[in-house]
Design a protein around this ligand. Structure first.
Ligand code: URA
Length: 329
C-alpha cells in the first residue's frame, strides 16, 4: 500500500529526474583522488551495471554529450542478451552456489518474491567486474572522500524526498580487514550522519569488542545511505540505486571478510532472496571478500536468545581473520 507521503516523494523524485540531475556533473573536488576514483571505476559498466534501474541511473549520470547515443545504446541493449559477468575471484569460488544455481534460485524466488525483473536483486559480483587496480592503503581515505563528493546531496532515489537529514556514508577504517554491512540508517544515524550509533549500533559495538577488535579497526556501511521513512525496509529501487556506491566502497577498502547483518544486506550483497537460516553457516563471495551472514543487531535486541547463534557466526569470522577474542575482564 503506497502512502500519500511516499507518493509525493516519488512524484518529486520523478520531476527531479527531468531537470536537476540531468545537468549535473561530478562534484569531485580533489582532482588526484578523482583520477584514482575513476581508475577504480574504470568503465561505464561499473556504473551502469551497478544499477538495475539502468534507465534512470544512466540518464542521470551520463554527461549530456552522451545522451543522444544513449537512446540507441538502450535500444541495442534491449536486443542484446543480458551478459552475466563471472564472479570476481580473490578468494576461492563461492562455496554457496554455482552461477546457474543462483539464477535458478532467482527464478524460483520470482514466483513468490515481490520483485519485478528490473528490481530483482543482482549480486554485487554480477553488477560489475572487479576494478583493474587496487587503491593503495595511503590513498584510500582520499578516494573514499572523492566517492562521497560524487554522491553529493544525492537525489538519485526516492529516499532523498522521504525526510532524510543526512546521507550516512560509512564509518571506520578504510584499510579494515573486516567490514560490516547493515540495512540503512535509523533515526539516530540520520541525526548524526554515522552508521550504527543507536541502540543496534551499541550492540554492534559490543559484538566488535567481543571479537577483540575496536570499532575504529573495522569499516561499517549500509545498503542504503538515507533513512527509509519509519525505518521500513528499503525498496528494491532504493537499494539497487544506492548500493552501486557501497560496491565501490568495498572495492576501495577490499576487506578480507564482509559480515552481512540481516536479510536486507544479505539479499542485495548476494543477489538471492533466501532465509537467513539458509545463508548462515557458509562462506559466500562478495567482490573477492569472504562474506558471512548473521542476524541484524536490531533483531538480536528483539530476540536476545539468538545472540548465541550470532556469536557462532562471528567466531567463524574470527577464525578466518586469525583474530583472538577479547580476554574476559
Ligand atoms: N540499522 C542499520 O541497518 N544500519 C544502521 O546504520 C543503523 C541501524
Amino acid at each position: 500500500m503506497v502512502t500519500g507521503d511516499a507518493l509525493r516523494g516519488y512524484l518529486k523524485y520523478l520531476q527531479d529526474l527531468g531537470v536537476y540531475d540531468l545537468y549535473r556533473t561530478s562534484d569531485v573536488a580533489d582532482p588526484q583522488a578523482a583520477g584514482l576514483l575513476s581508475s577504480v571505476a574504470a568503465n561505464d559498466e561499473y556504473r551502469g551495471a551497478a544499477a538495475p534501474a539502468p534507465v534512470v541511473q544512466d540518464v542521470r549520470t551520463k554527461p549530456i554529450s552522451k545522451q543522444a547515443s544513449m537512446v540507441t545504446d538502450l535500444q541495442k541493449s534491449a536486443e542484446e542478451p543480458v551478459r552475466v559477468l563471472p564472479a570476481p575471484q580473490r578468494h576461492p569460488a563461492p562455496t554457496t552456489m554455482s552461477a546457474s544455481a543462483e539464477s535458478a534460485s532467482l527464478l524460483a524466488e520470482s514466483a513468490e518474491a515481490p520483485f519485478t525483473p528490473l528490481m530483482a536483486p543482482t549480486s554485487f559480483n554480477n553488477r560489475a567486474p572487479l576494478p583493474p587496480v587496487s587503491v593503495e592503503a595511503p590513498q584510500k581515505v582520499a578516494v573514499l572522500q572523492a566517492l562521497r563528493s560524487e554522491i553529493g546531496d544525492c537525489t538519485r532515489c526516492p529516499l532523498a524526498y522521504a525526510g532524510r537529514h543526512s546521507i550516512v556514508f560509512a564509518d571506520g577504517n578504510p584499510n579494515a580487514k573486516l567490514m560490516f554491512v547493515g540495512e540503512g540508517p535509523g533515526a539516530d544515524e540520520d541525526a548524526s550522519g554515522l552508521p550504527f550509533v543507536g541502540k543496534a549500533g551499541q550492540l554492534l559495538n559490543n559484538m566488535i569488542t567481543a571479537m577483540g577488535l575496536k570499532r575504529e579497526q573495522v569499516y561499517i556501511a549500509n545498503i542504503v545511505m538515507c533513512r527509509p521513512p519509519k525505518n521500513r525496509v528499503p525498496e528494491p529501487v532504493e537499494a539497487n540505486t544506492c548500493s552501486q556506491f557501497l560496491l565501490r566502497q568495498i572495492d576501495v577498502v577490499q576487506p578480507e571478510v564482509i559480515v552481512a547483518l540481516g536479510s536486507t544486506a544479505a539479499t542485495y550483497l548476494l543477489g538471492v532472496k533466501q532465509s537467513l537460516v539458509a545463508l548462515r553457516g557458509q562462506w559466500h563471495n562478495v567482490r573477492g571478500a569472504r562474506c558471512a551472514v548473521t542476524y541484524h543487531p536490531a533483531y538480536l535486541l528483539r530476540d536476545p536468545k539468538m545472540k548465541g547463534e550470532a556469536w557462532k557466526d562471528l567466531q567463524r569470522v574470527m577464525v578466518e581473520l586469525k583474530q583472538k577474542p577479547a580476554s574476559p575482564s
